[in-house]
Design a protein around this ligand. Structure first.
Ligand code: SF4
Length: 396
């Protein structure tokens, strides 16, 4: 039966958090546990959560999923059969858009050709490998479970399994990282000719083992100038080989290889629903998030409740800040939409005009975006735009 068009037909994205890792990396603050024996039980809880969500929000039923993202944790610890039950549950409640982008995050130390073929047969059409570095010392330091050869092999296996949309994640600005080791990692990454590369500046997050090492003075963080220098190396090298920087940390071989799911997050207005411990969702302007610990998550679901622990409805000022930050750090801010919602013509803002004059921003086709140079100063630029506005009086 063809469903009536209307609000229920509005596109939706789905994030599913798989909270297991073989071993925790020292820098990681995503929620995951190392007790893999709870996996089977977790899949049952996740299926129940999906049902509970739809019972609580029946208006979500039938909406087309345009992007599906299995993140974590390590989703590639799921056997294809487990993934199949989860996908089946999603299809009971949602429609899967014909051109869905369906991403699965993979740890190179957990994949085989058979497993990747299994994922492919279930409709997964994008793989994102957490590689982080091709330098053995750095990989060990970070606590990764794989070596550089496994990372290369994982990408080759993905191609062999028929994936034509493969991404790798890298981390730079590691404590003590030299230009040589970064360049070596970039050489290797470029030679794999993946469709997409994410290159993140290491952030020492509170609560991680790395944070404690820094506090104890056992590890010294790279200073900001040095980190900026390494960012420039990453940016220059990836752009030089023809990758398009479409977000501060993300580079794609072609516009159609941009991470559509992440673009939904960076849009700031689009709906996404989420499942799993610690997952955050955004629906109709309200952000909600789940309990992080698997124990708390499980307790709520077993008693027939959604594991949501909090929600927030942003004020107009907070929305403005968020939209500025999210849209500017990626493909650019939609000027007419911004004016319609917040009542400001940003092209009349003297700060914006100065940024454009300094080649930090560019405005064209109703989009205000950062230039290659501007991406290097993204945080500073957005911070300036959050300050009280200095509008020019238009000349009539
Ligand atoms: S494998 Fe990924 S999710 Fe797991 S601890 Fe390492 S970085 Fe975090």
């Amino acid at each position: 039966m063809v469903k009536a068009a209307g609000r229920h037909e509005a596109a939706l994205s789905a994030y599913l958090h798989i909270p297991f890792c073989e071993r925790k990396c020292i820098y990681c603050d995503f929620y995951s546990i190392e007790n893999l024996s709870l996996r089977e039980e977790f899949v049952c809880l996740l299926l129940r959560e999906i049902d509970l969500k739809l019972e609580a929000s029946p208006e979500l039923a039938g909406r087309p999923l345009e992007t599906i993202f299995f993140g974590g944790g390590t989703p590639s610890l799921l056997a294809p059969a487990e993934l199949e039950t989860i996908i089946h549950k999603l299809t009971e409640h949602f429609r899967i858009a014909p051109d869905v982008e369906f991403t699965l995050e993979c740890n190179p130390g957990t994949v085989t050709l058979e497993k990747l073929r299994g994922y492919k047969s279930l409709g997964v059409n994008r793989l994102s490998f957490g590689v982080q570095s091709f330098n053995q010392e750095e990989l060990e330091y970070l606590g990764r479970i794989h070596d550089a050869a496994q990372a290369r092999e994982a990408v080759h296996l993905a191609r062999k399994a028929g994936f034509d949309n493969v991404s790798i994640d890298l981390i730079f600005a590691l404590p003590g990282q030299s230009k040589e080791t970064l360049n070596h990692t970039l050489d290797e990454a470029i030679s794999l000719e993946t469709d997409h590369i994410s290159a993140y500046n290491l952030i020492v997050e509170r609560g991680t083992p790395l944070f404690r090492l820094v506090q104890l003075g056992k590890v010294i963080e790279l200073d900001a100038d040095r980190a900026a220098e390494l960012f420039s190396i990453v940016q220059n090298r990836l752009v030089r080989v023809g990758l398009e920087q479409y977000e501060i940390s993300n580079y794609a071989k072609a516009p159609k290889k941009r991470a559509k799911h992440n673009l939904v997050y960076w849009d700031g207005f689009k709906d996404y629903v989420s499942f799993g411990p610690s997952a955050h969702e955004f629906l109709n302007g309200v952000r909600r998030w789940n309990a992080s610990s698997l124990e708390e998550y499980s307790k709520a679901i077993r008693s027939g409740k959604l594991p949501i622990i909090n929600q927030e409805l942003l004020t107009t000022e907070e929305r403005r800040t968020e939209v500025l930050y999210l849209q500017l750090r990626s493909t650019g801010l939609l000027l007419s939409q911004f004016q319609e919602i917040f009542g400001e013509d940003l092209l009349l803002d003297s700060t914006v005009r100065n940024f454009i004059a300094e080649d930090l921003m560019i405005a064209s086709n109703d989009i205000l975006r950062l230039t290659t140079k501007g991406y290097r100063f993204c945080d500073a630029i957005v911070t300036r735009l959050m300050e009280p506005q200095q509008f020019l009086i238009p000349i009539v």
